[in-house]
Ligand binder design. Structure first.
Ligand SMILES: [Zn+2]
Length: 87
């Protein structure tokens, strides 16, 4: 009955949440198919769009400030939770 097969689907048939999809994308582990699917999904899903944009902005900001070094995951999380608590 699904209108579109979700490339994020697990073999178990378990439903994939927005957060799980977002995580795969942000980890850079998504396939091209998954990227396309998520792009479409973002058009319809504001929370996903916002958190994706936010994450990218934070990562770019940190990269530009920190000599292009690795971005510590916990730092990204900390900034995000601070931003979320404001808005
Ligand atoms: Zn979503």
């Amino acid at each position: 009955m699904s209108h579109l097969d979700n490339p994020f689907s697990k073999p178990s048939g378990e439903k994939v949440t927005c957060l799980e999809m977002l995580q795969v994308i942000l980890d850079g582990e998504a396939t091209e198919e998954q990227h396309l699917y998520f792009k479409k999904h973002m058009d319809a899903c504001m929370p996903c769009y916002k958190s994706f944009e936010l994450d990218m902005q934070i990562r770019q900001l940190i990269k530009s400030k920190c000599c292009g070094g690795q971005v510590p995951e916990d730092l990204v999380d900390r900034i995000k939770s601070q931003v979320n608590s404001i808005s």
